[in-house]
Design a protein. Structure first.
Lengths: 224, 776
C-alpha cells in the first residue's frame, strides 16, 4: 500500500472574481521512503498542490490519505498535530523566525510538542551538526547567508523525524552550487532516515537527479 | 435538486413587513403607556438599559412628554386589550410578510465543472451547528450566578445555622452586608466563569450566538425585575420584602439600579472571560493550560520587560512628559555627537569598519511596533496611576469627614421616645456592659439663640458631662489653647477678659460667677468673642408665662474655651455647657440621650443593635453614625463609584491602544503566524501567544502605574498639597492608601488588556497559513 494516496484532487482559486481551476483531478501515489521530484511551469499549481498535501491549504474536492489515514476527516487540532509530528516543510524562502537564533528555530517544532527546553535544544544541536552549521548555532536568521538559512530550515523540518518531507523549491533563491548542496543533503537525509519526500522544483537538472520524476501539466500530475 | 437553487429577496415586501412589525412594537409601547405606572416603568427601564446618562435622561424626558401628549390628544377609542391585540397582529403580519418575501428559485443552467461527482472537501462548506448544550450552559450559568449571588448574600446577612457548638447551641454563620456581598459576588463570579468555560470547551469555539441568547434571555430578567422593584413602590411592598438585604446594600449607593446593572455587567464579563479561557485552553483539542513555547515566542515579540522601557515609562509617570523628553533629547544629542565623531575618525582609517558602525547605529532605532508598545504601557500606567491617586484622595476626604463627624457626634446615640430620660445613669450602666462599647456620656440637646453685643446667631446647645465626654467625642482634643473643658465645672477659674465689657444692670443683681460655655471657632469669630468674654443665651421657650404666651428666657455665660473640629457646620453651630446647667436652664430632669463610643467604627451598626437588645428596645432607640448621616455617605460612595467608572474609561482608552498595538503586531507577524501554523501550532496556541503579548503590556503598565501611584500618594502625604482654607476647610489634601483600592485598579488594567487582546488574538489565529506564506 502506498504511503501517500492522492485521489481526484481539485483546487481552484479566484482572480478578479474569476475561477481558475488549478488542480483538475490529480491522482498520485507515493511509496514510503520514496524521493519524488515534481516539476512544472510557473503558476502550474505545484506549490498549491504541495500546500494542499501538507494541509496548509483547503482543496475543493478530492481525497488524500497518508499512512491509511484520511486527512480531510481530521479535526482542526488533529490537523495541527499532524503538521507538527508527521510533516516537515521546507519553503522557497527559509521562513525562519527572525527573533530567534538558529538553534531556537530548529528546536521550535519540539517546543510546540511541549518537549522540555533542554532536550529540545539538544536535539536541535544534533541536527545543526548534521547539516554542518555547528559554527552558526547562536546566530539569528538575519546573520545567516541564504544557503545557511535554508540548511537551518531543513534541520527544523527534520527535528521531529517526520514521515513526510515537503520541499517547495528549496533551492529557488540559491545559486546553482549552493542549491546542489541542499539537494545533496535532501538525498542523504532521504537515504539515511528513510523519509518520504516530495521536492517541487523548476530546475530540470536537479529534478533529473531524483529517483522518481513527476510533472504537473494542465492540473494533472503525470510521470515524465 | 437543492444544489441548483439560490435565494431571491423581494425587497419591497421585505421592507413593508419590517415596517409593519415595527409599528406593532410602537402600538405595544402606546398600549403599555396607557397606564401611568407602566409608562414610568418603561422610562426607568430604558434609562437603565441604555445607560448613556444625560442623553438617555433627555430622551426619557422628551419621550415621556410625547407619550403623555399622545395619550391626551388621542383618547384612543380602543380598549386596552384591543390595542394589545392590534400590536400582536401587526407584529405577526409583519413577520409573515418578511418570511414570504424570501424565495428560493432555480438557478439558470450552467455547464457542470470537471469536479462534478467528486466528494466536496467538508471543511470548505462546514457550518457550525447551534450547540444547545452550550446555550444551556451559558444561559443557565448566568441565571445560576445571579440566583447564587442573591441567595448567598441574603443567607449570609440574615445568618445561617450550622452544626452545634460544644455547648449544644446551634452555631450561627453571619457576616456584615459588605463582607457577605464580597463573598457572594466571588461565588457568582466563579459560577459565571465556570459555566462560560464549560460551554466554550464543549462547543470548542466562542459560540457567540449562544452567549448572546443566553445572556439576554436568561440573564436579563433578574436585573430587570430588581430595577422594576426599585422603581415601583407597590412591587417593593409585595415582593421586595424577601429581597430586602439585596436592596438595602444597593440602596447604600443612592441609585440601586446602578448597583444591579454593574453587578450584571460584572457577571457577564466573568462569563465572557470563562468563555474565552475555555476556548483558548481547549483550542488544541484537549485541556492544555501549559504555555511554554507561547510565552517564549510572546516575550521575544514584545520585549516589554526591558529596563530601558520600564524606566522611561516610570520617569514619564513620575515627572510628566516634558522633563524626561528634555533629558532624553539631551542624552541622545550628546550620544549622537560622540558617535558621529567616532565614526568619522574610524572612516579616516577603515571605511568598512565605519559603515559597520553606521549600520549598528541605525539598528538601534526603534520599530513602530516597539514605539506603540511603549505608548501602550504608558497609557495603562497613566490610567492605573490616576485611579489609585484619585481613589486614595477621595478615601482621604471620606475618612477625614468620617473622623470629624464621628469625632464631634458620637458613633452611637441612645435616646428615648417620649417621656423624660431621667434614668440615664442606670441606662449608662447597662450600656457599659455591652461588648464593644468604649465609653458613654449623657447629653442634652436644644436650640437657642446666642448673642454678644450686637451680634446674634442661632445655635445648637449641648449640655455635656466634662468628666466622661472625653471618652466619647474628640471635644477635649479639639479645644484650642487658652481654653479648657474643665473650666465648665469650675466657672470661677475663668478669667474675665479685660477690658471688661460695660457692666450691665443684671450683673449687679448678684450672680457672682457666670457659668462657662464653649463655642466653635467660626461662631466665636462671627460673634467677635474670645475666652473670658461674656455671651447671652436666649431660649424662646421655658421662660415665665407672660400675658401673650411664654416669655423668652435669657442667661449670661462666660466663654470658657473655643473648639475647632474642622467641620464648618459644627464650628459655626455648636455650643457646649455643663449638663446640670442645661438641666436647670431647660427645666429638665434627665438627659436627651446617651452618646456611645464603640471599639470598631465600621461595626457600629451591629453594636448599636446589641445595645438596643440589652435595653429591651422600646422606649429606647439606638442609632449609629452611618444611619444618622446616611445621605452624606451614600452620596460620597456614589461619587467615588462614578469617579472610578470615569477613570476606568482612561484605562479602557489605553485598552484601545493595546488593541491597536496587538493588531499591528499581528499584521507585522502574519508570515511568522503562518510559519508557526505550518510547524503545527494549533489555533489555541496562536491565541495564547498574542493574548500573552497583550497581557504583558497590561501587567507592565499596571505594575508601573501601581508603583508611581503609590509613590505619588506617599509624596502627597509626606509633603502635602495646600488647599485654600476658605473653600475646603482642610489645610491640605488628605490621602488614605487602602490596599484593596490600590490592587483593584491593577486588576482592572489586567482585565481590560486581556479583553482588549482577545479580538486581535482571535484575528491572528484566523490567519490562513497559505495567505501568510504568499505575502512575501
Amino acid at each position: 500500500m502506498p504511503a501517500l494516496e492522492v485521489r481526484n484532487l481539485f483546487k481552484s482559486y479566484f482572480l478578479h472574481g474569476k475561477r481558475i481551476d488549478v488542480l483538475r483531478g490529480v491522482w498520485m501515489d507515493v511509496e514510503a521512503g520514496e524521493l519524488v521530484s515534481l516539476v512544472g511551469a510557473s503558476g502550474s499549481g505545484k506549490s498549491t498542490f504541495l500546500h494542499v498535501v501538507g494541509m496548509l491549504d483547503a482543496p475543493a474536492a478530492g481525497e488524500i490519505r497518508f499512512a491509511g489515514r484520511d486527512l480531510f476527516e481530521m479535526s482542526d487540532p488533529a490537523v495541527a498535530d499532524f503538521r507538527n509530528r508527521t510533516i516537515g516543510f521546507v519553503f522557497q524562502s527559509h521562513y525562519l523566525l527572525p527573533e530567534f537564533t538558529a538553534l531556537e528555530n530548529v528546536a521550535m517544532p519540539a517546543l510546540i510538542q511541549r518537549w522540555e527546553r533542554g532536550s529540545a535544544l539538544r536535539r536541535a544541536r544534533e541536527l545543526l551538526l548534521r547539516v554542518g552549521l555547528e559554527k552558526r548555532i547562536d546566530h539569528r536568521p538575519g546573520e545567516l547567508s541564504g544557503g545557511e538559512a535554508q540548511r537551518v530550515a531543513l534541520a527544523r523540518a527534520l527535528v521531529l523525524k517526520p514521515a513526510l518531507l515537503l520541499a517547495d523549491e528549496p533551492t529557488g533563491n540559491l545559486d546553482p552550487v549552493t542549491g546542489e548542496g541542499i539537494h545533496q543533503l535532501l538525498r542523504e537525509v532521504n537515504r539515511e532516515l528513510g523519509i518520504t519526500a516530495i521536492v517541487v522544483t523548476h530546475n530540470e537538472a536537479l529534478a533529473q537527479s531524483m529517483p522518481r520524476r513527476l510533472r504537473l501539466i494542465d492540473g494533472q500530475v503525470l510521470p515524465t | 435538486m437543492s444544489s441548483d437553487r439560490h435565494t431571491l429577496y423581494r425587497w419591497g415586501s421585505l421592507w413593508s413587513g419590517a415596517l409593519l412589525a415595527f409599528s406593532g412594537v410602537v402600538v405595544a409601547v402606546i398600549a403599555a403607556a396607557q397606564e401611568k405606572r407602566t409608562a414610568d416603568l418603561l422610562g426607568e427601564l430604558s434609562w437603565s438599559a441604555v445607560g448613556w446618562g444625560p442623553l438617555a435622561a433627555l430622551l426619557k424626558g422628551i419621550g415621556g412628554n410625547l407619550l403623555r401628549a399622545s395619550a391626551s390628544h388621542f383618547p384612543l377609542p380602543l380598549l386596552d386589550t384591543r390595542l394589545w391585540l392590534a400590536a400582536g397582529g401587526l407584529w405577526i403580519v409583519g413577520w409573515v410578510l418578511i418570511g414570504l418575501s424570501i424565495h428560493y428559485i432555480a438557478a439558470p443552467g450552467e455547464a457542470p465543472s470537471p469536479a462534478r461527482g467528486a466528494p466536496l472537501y467538508q471543511r470548505l462548506a462546514r457550518y457550525r451547528d447551534f450547540n444547545w448544550v452550550t446555550l444551556l450552559a451559558y444561559g443557565g450559568g448566568v441565571l445560576a450566578s445571579e440566583l447564587a449571588l442573591i441567595l448567598f448574600h441574603t443567607m449570609l446577612v440574615t445568618g445561617v445555622h450550622y452544626g452545634k457548638s460544644p455547648g449544644g447551641e446551634p452555631r450561627l454563620l453571619q457576616a456584615s452586608p459588605t463582607v457577605a456581598f464580597a463573598i457572594s459576588l466571588l461565588i457568582g463570579f466563579a459560577v459565571a466563569f465556570a459555566s462560560g468555560f464549560f460551554g466554550a470547551a464543549r462547543a470548542r469555539r466562542l459560540a457567540t450566538p449562544e452567549a448572546t441568547l443566553g445572556l439576554l434571555y436568561f440573564g436579563l430578567p433578574i436585573p430587570l425585575l430588581l430595577t422594576a422593584i426599585s422603581a415601583n413602590p407597590d412591587l417593593q411592598l409585595r415582593v421586595g420584602y424577601r429581597l430586602r438585604e439585596v436592596s438595602y446594600l444597593a440602596g447604600l449607593l443612592g441609585r440601586p439600579e446602578l448597583g444591579y446593572w454593574l453587578v450584571y455587567l460584572g457577571l457577564a464579563l466573568m462569563m465572557f472571560l470563562g468563555i474565552t479561557t475555555g476556548f483558548v485552553v481547549t483550542g488544541s483539542g484537549k485541556v492544555d493550560i501549559r504555555s511554554g513555547f507561547e510565552l517564549f515566542i510572546a516575550r521575544r515579540h514584545v520585549a516589554v520587560f526591558r529596563p530601558s522601557l520600564l524606566l522611561s515609562v516610570l520617569a514619564i509617570l513620575m515627572f510628566g512628559v516634558i522633563p524626561p523628553l528634555i533629558v532624553y533629547a539631551i542624552v541622545r544629542a550628546a550620544e549622537a555627537a560622540v558617535e558621529q565623531t567616532r565614526i568619522r575618525a574610524l572612516g579616516l582609517i577603515d571605511p568598512l569598519k565605519a559603515t559597520e558602525a553606521v549600520h549598528q547605529w541605525k539598528m538601534r532605532e526603534q520599530t513602530p511596533t516597539a514605539m506603540m508598545t511603549t505608548l501602550s504601557v504608558g497609557g495603562v500606567g497613566v490610567g492605573v496611576m490616576a485611579l489609585i491617586i484619585v481613589l486614595s484622595v477621595m478615601s482621604g476626604f471620606e475618612a477625614d469627614l468620617q473622623q470629624k463627624i464621628i469625632g464631634t457626634n458620637a458613633q452611637v446615640v441612645v435616646s428615648k421616645y417620649a417621656d423624660s430620660f431621667s434614668e440615664y445613669r442606670e441606662v449608662m450602666d447597662k450600656i457599659r456592659k455591652v461588648k464593644g462599647v468604649m465609653g458613654e456620656t449623657p447629653f442634652i440637646l436644644n436650640e437657642v439663640m446666642i448673642s454678644s453685643g450686637p451680634n446674634i446667631a442661632g445655635v445648637i446647645i449641648k449640655g455635656i458631662d466634662p468628666a466622661t465626654v472625653g471618652n466619647v467625642t474628640d471635644l477635649r482634643k479639639n479645644i484650642l489653647p487658652g481654653g479648657s473643658l474643665d473650666a465648665l465645672s469650675h466657672p470661677e477659674t475663668i478669667v474675665a477678659r479685660s477690658p471688661e465689657q460695660p457692666r450691665r444692670p443684671e450683673d449687679d443683681k448678684g450672680q457672682p460667677v457666670l457659668q462657662g460655655i464653649i463655642l466653635g471657632r467660626e461662631l466665636a469669630g462671627s460673634l467677635h468673642v474670645s475666652v473670658g468674654d461674656r455671651v447671652d443665651i436666649i431660649s424662646p421657650l421655658g421662660g415665665e408665662l407672660g400675658p401673650q404666651g411664654p416669655l423668652p428666657k435669657s442667661r449670661p455665660f462666660r466663654v470658657a474655651g473655643i473648639f475647632y473640629s474642622g467641620m464648618y457646620e459644627y464650628d459655626a453651630k455648636f455650643v457646649y455647657i455643663l449638663l446640670e446647667t442645661a438641666q436647670k436652664f431647660f427645666n429638665m430632669e434627665g438627659a436627651s440621650g446617651v452618646e456611645v463610643r464603640v471599639s470598631d467604627v465600621d461595626d457600629a451598626r451591629r453594636i448599636a443593635k446589641a445595645i438596643g437588645q440589652e435595653l429591651d428596645g422600646w422606649p429606647y432607640r439606638t442609632r449609629d453614625w452611618g444611619e444618622m448621616n446616611r445621605n452624606l455617605f451614600s452620596a460620597l460612595r456614589l461619587e467615588k463609584l462614578v469617579m472610578a467608572i470615569i477613570l476606568t474609561i482612561i484605562v479602557i482608552v489605553a485598552g484601545g491602544l493595546i488593541v491597536a498595538t496587538v493588531i499591528m503586531l499581528v499584521l507585522e507577524k502574519r508570515k511568522e503566524i503562518a510559519v508557526l501554523k505550518a510547524l503545527g501550532v494549533p489555533d489555541g496556541g496562536i491565541v495564547k501567544i498574542f493574548l500573552t503579548e497583550g497581557l504583558q503590556i497590561g501587567i507592565a503598565g499596571g505594575l508601573l502605574g501601581l508603583l508611581s501611584g503609590i509613590s505619588w500618594c506617599v509624596l502627597i502625604e509626606k509633603i502635602g498639597i495646600k488647599l485654600d482654607p476658605q473653600v475646603y476647610y482642610i489645610p491640605e489634601l488628605p490621602v488614605k492608601i487602602e490596599p484593596l483600592q490600590t490592587i483593584i485598579p491593577v486588576l482592572i488594567a489586567v482585565l481590560v488588556t486581556y479583553l482588549a487582546s482577545i479580538y486581535p488574538a482571535l484575528k491572528a489565529s484566523q490567519v490562513e497559513p497559505v495567505e501568510g506564506l504568499k505575502s512575501e
